[in-house]
Design a protein around this ligand. Structure first.
Ligand SMILES: CC(C)(COP(=O)(O)OP(=O)(O)OC[C@H]1O[C@@H](n2cnc3c(N)ncnc32)[C@H](O)[C@@H]1OP(=O)(O)O)[C@@H](O)C(=O)NCCC(=O)NCCS
Length: 201
């Protein structure tokens, strides 16, 4: 694989890189993020009205991975007095499992000065995050069934733990909801198959 370069958009702005280049990079991130965020309502509006202004007022940042001109991954971050958060984290499918995600998280942890930032992960992507989250001992703190979109539960990681809950109980609840989610997904697939071949009752 050609050389992977990592850049921090806050830093590029500080170093007065041309405005047109910064705008291109921000647009490339939007295009790439729509691959994982297309079914999140109002994602594009959130990106344009919150994420981009936040980069210019230093409450947000995006660290990008690129090979030449091609953006292959990014991690977008929020850092304020009250919140240290990974907003979106994505490495393009064909470039996954090349340590790009590991490098982006390391950079994010350094920028946020926090090894356990808040992050919300769709349940069907938890497997892909497992090794990274184990490395930093990230913990599930809540599971929301219809947070952004119906169907796939969102797992809240490194949030505030409710007084009544423990990490062990949450892990058990996660496993239970995960099995129900897998069962529902499989039943839906079977229904689609039966419909397609006219085999439904
Ligand atoms: C999570 C993600 C960023 C990891 O990126 P990546 O570049 O593949 O990460 P790395 O190559 O650094 O791999 C990190 C570890 O995870 C493991 N891993 C990566 N993909 C995996 C997968 N699909 N299944 C199991 N393990 C996986 C790697 O083997 C590696 O383990 P190691 O450190 O013990 O060697 C990437 O899978 C992704 O973008 N997934 C979708 C994210 C998403 O849905 N984002 C939206 C919500 S924020």
């Amino acid at each position: 694989m050609n050389k992977i370069e990592i850049n921090d958009i806050n830093e590029l702005i500080r170093k007065q890189y041309p405005k047109a280049l910064i705008e291109k990079l921000l647009n490339d991130v939007l295009v790439l993020s729509l691959k994982v965020k297309e079914d999140y309502p109002d994602y594009k509006e959130w990106y344009q009205t919150k994420q981009i202004p936040g980069i210019y007022d230093n409450t947000r940042n995006i660290i990008i991975a690129h090979i030449g001109n091609r953006l292959v991954g990014f991690i977008s971050l929020k850092k304020t007095e009250t919140e240290k958060k990974i907003c979106t984290f994505y490495v393009e499918k064909t470039f996954q499992k090349n340590k790009i995600g590991t490098i982006l998280v390391e950079k994010a942890v350094t920028y946020l000065e926090e090894e356990k930032p808040l992050i919300t992960i769709p349940m069907n992507k938890m497997k892909e995050f497992k090794r990274i989250s184990n490395r930093y001992d990230w913990k599930i703190t809540d599971i929301k069934e219809n947070l952004y979109r119906t169907g796939t539960p969102e797992v809240i990681v490194n949030g505030e733990l409710k007084d009544t809950a423990s990490y062990q109980e949450l892990e058990k609840t996660y496993q239970k909801i995960y099995h129900i989610y897998k069962f529902k997904t499989l039943s839906n697939l079977i229904k689609v198959f039966l419909n397609k071949y006219g085999l439904e009752k």
